[in-house]
Design a protein around this ligand. Sequence first.
Ligand code: ZN
Ligand code: ZN
Length: 285
Amino acid sequence: MKQPLFNLLPPLTVAAILAFWAFAPTHWVDTWWTITAVGLVVLAFVQLLECVHERHEGWRISQREFFTDSFYVVLSITAISWLVDALANSPMEKAKEALGISTPWLTELPFVVQAALVVLLFEFGQYWMHRLMHHNAWFWSTHAPHHHLTQLNAMKGYVGNPIELFLISLGVVAFLDFDKAPMLAGFSILTVIPIYAHANLRADPPRWFSFFFTTIRYHSLHHTVLSFEDTRCNYGNCVILFDRLFGTFRDGESVVVGQDERKRLSIQEQFLFPFRPWLERIKAN
Ligand SMILES: [Zn+2]
Ligand SMILES: [Zn+2]
């Protein structure tokens, strides 16, 4: 009985999130930190579940991993989200106004359709961003620290070089007029599915769910230790459907994860990783 229940947790969480935002009082929807709180509650919940039904003993979280991961969660919800707002979303909103872009018809669509459009739009862009990171040397240098992870846990989706964390937060949703509650529901789904897709949790959602959404099974394969070439699959952080459509889907999972001889990087090494060629040149001189 226990396993089928765990397998249903990701779809049940998505349903709970849709219900939460559909029925949330207006002042909750208008309070900027509600969406952060929703993400943190789900994160804490999945983190607790990892303790009672882990996927692999080798991924069991240590104190060092816990503090590194926590650092990145705090970084993401503070500095990174502020930078994304200041350098991307606010200028986009201003450009939208200046160019007279208006899509009021979007608000006529049902709640769930609006939320789904936010997820699909954002993920379509991020599918190509992630694919670019695996095909261009400079973009890879920002993403490689995430692939140096030697184990997967609920918070690991937040861990990476800050340039990458900025790049993976970019989208064009700011150009469109969605209702606020379904838009926030969409962004909450974009947060919680990657939490489950990185979690050391024995939860394998049913086929109807994993046909559309990324699961730990597919994402662990993306983190495989095998070779760099073998990581070039399953790019969808949240929506695996784009991999199925664009020919990069691979079925399977990986227990041993990590690139470059599985060298675990410190926070300092993760921050400096894209600048290594320059730093080495300076050192040589
Ligand atoms: Zn990747
Ligand atoms: Zn990952």
